[in-house]
Design a protein around this ligand. Sequence first.
Ligand SMILES: Nc1ncnc2c1ncn2[C@@H]1O[C@H](COP(=O)(O)OP(=O)(O)OP(=O)(O)O)[C@@H](O)[C@H]1O
Ligand SMILES: [Mg+2]
Length: 239
Amino acid sequence: MKGHVALEHVYFGYNPDKVILKDISLYAKPGQKIAFVGSTGAGKTTITNLLNRFYDIQSGVITIDGVDIRRMKRDELRRNIAMVLQDTHLFTGTVMENIRYGRLDATDQEVIQAAKTASAHSFIMRLPQGYDTMLGGDGANLSQGQRQLLNIARAAISKAPLLILDEATSSVDTRTEKHIEHGMDRLMADRTTFVIAHRLSTVRNANAIMVLEQGRSSSGAAMRTFWNKGEGTMNCIRV
Ligand SMILES: Nc1ncnc2c1ncn2[C@@H]1O[C@H](COP(=O)(O)OP(=O)(O)OP(=O)(O)O)[C@@H](O)[C@H]1O
Ligand SMILES: [Mg+2]
């Protein structure tokens, strides 16, 4: 996969009688970064669920590299999408095993490289047994920021050309915040990225910003697209 993604006239509701997304269209070229913003409940997470085919759309089409995702095998589709979600689960096992979960054939050296990419290496080296430290279920013995850094490392080790990021809203200290920011920036560098953005810096650096606006409750969310022309100007192409 190269990473062309298109949504064309997508309609979706979890229940067919209640539209959540109404006539959503967007196009991302390989390597572009698309930011989603909008109020709570507007449908941002829903769009990422549709890209993964956790749900099928009611009408319209979603394509990757020109192929309708309904024609792809679900596991093949998901192998091509790396995700950093706020509630990604860590499992009982070592730090090494938890990062390797992002790509099971990765070598130890590749795991360490991914942790460095994610800015996670330095905190891992301070853990009692470094990469061999056992994590409790769901990373119970780690802070929220540390868990987030491991999630980023896990995505960094995958070679998926598409990346979905759900930025953390939780407050971590400013130093960890910087690590997370750098880790995410490196992760996005050469992948098509859909990011649910909470930080102004993410929004500012995106190629396009999708503003989801909740319409009347029965009519679903409409979307405006702003293309980033650089130097602080945004060009609204569709209302
Ligand atoms: N599994 C589900 N079943 C039924 N309705 C759902 C489901 N998940 C979300 N919804 C509804 O779909 C709408 C969009 O939810 P979504 O999670 O996409 O919002 P969001 O933009 O990600 O919000 P937030 O910023 O709070 O994360 C909401 O009205 C929500 O109640
Ligand atoms: Mg959400």
